[in-house]
Design a protein around this ligand. Structure first.
Ligand SMILES: Cc1cc2nc3c(=O)[nH]c(=O)nc-3n(C[C@H](O)[C@H](O)[C@H](O)COP(=O)(O)OP(=O)(O)OC[C@H]3O[C@@H](n4cnc5c(N)ncnc54)[C@H](O)[C@@H]3O)c2cc1C
Length: 323
């Protein structure tokens, strides 16, 4: 039988991988289980990631984080965790995870499962995101849309908030409705008028021509340099809900200041939590959660001669051995 882990981490996005780095460096027995669908994989190039002044793509960022976690001994396994249950056999308040058809026991679990964006119906979706014509997060990349012709596509209330935010970056911001909401009911309608933000008719189709996204509205084509799709998101909290974890109306998990959910031993970090969906937030959550997990577990006192070799990561420019 596989020995019980100190902590199982579900999800190898920025949150889960940072938790893996911290817990490995706390000399805990851990493993990361990952279905391989991090939101960060969609990032063409991020310019607000601390430490990357020239920007970095999502795949490259994840690869560096995984290399750092592995360098300190973290095991990252590919596959889906289908369920998490209380481990009644062990009688110690731990958890039993069902992972790729086998059982994994862990004293604590860190859920770093992220969320899914509601995607617009458009052919060439991946190319549109890769070319930054279609985006999902003004906080992430509005700075790269300065002076562009911008559309915000989504339910009016949410689109209005994001359009007003984007007005700092361009004087050509429109709302293209995509969901519910009546223009005259909007509490922000006066502010939108003052800011010169127009609301178009409801589009019948959306397309990507290889450079720009456009909408068919009342039979005419309206193209924009940048479209922000703000159609909502769904937190991947389904593993926690059967355990009784508290969540908000959107399914985002509620946590305390140590990233503890309402279920003892179950922690949650990153986009699955009710918070700003950002890499820096996910990694900050991870540092807090990993330290809380370590402090909550029984101590592991060192025996002389148990030191590991210090790692050196050479993929890219990064090194982790103090140089
Ligand atoms: C187009 C785009 C651009 C973005 N640009 C930026 C940016 O410039 N700056 C920024 O800060 N943020 C950006 N973001 C947001 C950023 O990607 C997320 O905030 C970040 O990835 C959240 O990290 P996370 O670890 O919480 O979740 P994720 O990165 O989504 O990782 C969650 C992981 O958990 C796995 N998982 C889920 N359920 C299971 C399960 N049952 N079993 C096993 N594994 C599971 C998933 O497959 C996934 O690999 C962008 C997002 C998008 C979509």
């Amino acid at each position: 039988m596989t020995p019980m882990l100190d902590c199982a981490i579900v999800g190898a996005g920025p949150g889960g991988l940072t938790a893996a780095v911290y817990l490995s460096r706390f000399r805990r027995s851990i493993a990361v289980f990952d279905a391989g669908n991090s939101r960060a994989r969609w990032i063409p190039e991020s310019h607000n990631c601390p430490g990357f002044p020239s920007g970095i793509g999502g795949d490259a960022f994840l690869a560096r984080m995984a290399a750092q976690a592995r360098a300190f001994g973290a095991r990252i396994e590919s596959g889906e965790v289908a369920a998490i249950e209380r481990d009644s056999d062990a009688g110690n308040g731990g958890f039993a995870l069902t992972f790729s058809g086998r059982r994994v026991d862990a004293r604590c679990v860190v859920l770093a499962t992220g969320c899914d964006d509601v995607m617009p119906r458009i052919e060439g979706l991946e190319q549109a995101v890769a070319s930054a014509a279609l985006r999902f997060c003004p906080v992430c990349d509005a700075f790269e849309a300065v002076d562009r012709d911008i559309a915000v596509h989504g339910p009016l209330e949410s689109a209005a908030r994001h359009a007003l935010f984007l007005r700092t970056y361009s004087d050509r911001v429109s709302i293209v409705p995509g969901g519910d909401g009546v223009w005259s009911d909007l509490p922000q309608s006066r502010r939108l008028n003052e800011a010169g933000i127009a609301v178009t008719g409801v589009p019948s189709a959306m397309r990507f021509d290889g450079q720009r996204c456009s909408f068919t509205i009342d039979g005419r084509n309206h193209a924009f340099d940048v479209v922000y799709a703000m159609l909502g998101s769904r937190q991947r909290s389904e593993l926690a809900l059967p355990l009784g974890a508290a969540c908000d109306d959107e399914g985002a998990l509620r946590v305390d200041s140590h990233m503890r959910t309402s279920v003892p031993g179950l922690y949650a970090i990153g986009d699955v939590v009710s918070a700003l969906n950002q890499i820096a937030v996910a990694t900050g959550h991870a540092a807090v959660a990993a330290t809380a997990v370590h402090n909550a577990l029984p101590p592991r006192y060192a025996r002389s001669g148990s030191a590991r070799q210090q790692p050196s990561i050479r993929g890219g420019e990064s090194r982790c051995n103090g140089h």
